[in-house]
Ligand binder design. Sequence first.
Ligand SMILES: *Cc1c(COP(=O)(O)O)cnc(C)c1O
Length: 380
Amino acid sequence: MTDRIMEFLRRRREEGRDTGPVLVVDLDVVRDNYLAFAKALPDTRVFYAVKANPQPEVLDLLARLGSCFDCASVQEIQMAMAAGATPDRISFGNTIKKERDIARAYELGVRLFAVDAEVEVEKVARAAPGAKVFCRILSSGDGAEWPLSRKFGCEPAMAPRVLEHAHRLGLQAYGISFHVGSQQRNPKMWDGALASSSAIFRDLAEKGIHLQMVNLGGGFPTKYLRDVPKVKAYGEAIFKSLRKHFGNRIPETIIEPGRGMVGNAGVIEAEVVLISKKADDDKLKWVYLDIGKFNGLAETMDEAIRYPIRTAYDGDATEPCVLAGPTCDSVDVLYEKEPYELPVSLEIGAKVLIEGTGAYTTTYSAVAFNGFPPLETHCI
Ligand SMILES: *Cc1c(COP(=O)(O)O)cnc(C)c1O
């Protein structure tokens, strides 16, 4: 929470515009985050993961600061270009791409593509001849609060074959990528993936294919309820692992922060719609907000991300509550398995502030489920 956001919300309330939930993003915080990444990893290029928050103001700011962009679709590529990024500062980082979208990206000037299978390499070779490709390898996701499963990447043992295939088809076999899982709380989790990467570098070098780049992915956390290590600690741990596994031949590196770039820059103000019990002897109150899984808080799925929630009643005695959203879908419950401590004095109509909501909120907000509009957003 910053003074600028407080002031914005105060004015919005005074002017009677506080009719629905709103996300306010403080661009000064995004700027500080970018500069902290650049300082913590000085020899690494930053590719902002556009999906975390593609607001034009965020993209414009990052483009001006010199950031590059990790895009997952032609639309994201176009948004990054509209913000002023030249195509040499854009990667098409999704391993799942239609061939016509690869062709469109190539037409727009993009020359850096992610792959994790030989058939995907073939699409890139046909639609983007001569482009650079990096192969994504699987990572366990251990230590991450939002792990990424086996959906993306191949086993490290398969990567040399994928990249050899790329080389054979006239592409530039450029490097390796991985993602250690989002909201990764352990800076040492990059080590295992870097060990695998260096083994792949050596394996291919023996075949005359010289990789140049390691894409360290995202995973840098934002502070929710628990403290997280500073980005400096991540920079140091990563550099140590690079030294350990690559010695004096540290390759070109890039990072793709999403959550760590914008998460703490945003605050959602929402409103309590109903506080009730299901029976006279119900131990838990149900607190219903005007925001839920379908208009911004999708990352509460499986109660994975627990946001800090502030109210004007903080300091009063608290009690565990089930916290739920406003829609008519029974999955629209935010915290129930592990109820959320809220002030006993909290009232219907009260405003609540949900912190750390700058990433993965707006784009997860439905078009009009139950008629509720997408999450209103302001960048200041
Ligand atoms: C989502 C994503 C990121 C960003 O991850 P964070 O954990 O938010 O930093 C980076 N790279 C790729 C390929 C992604 O899909």
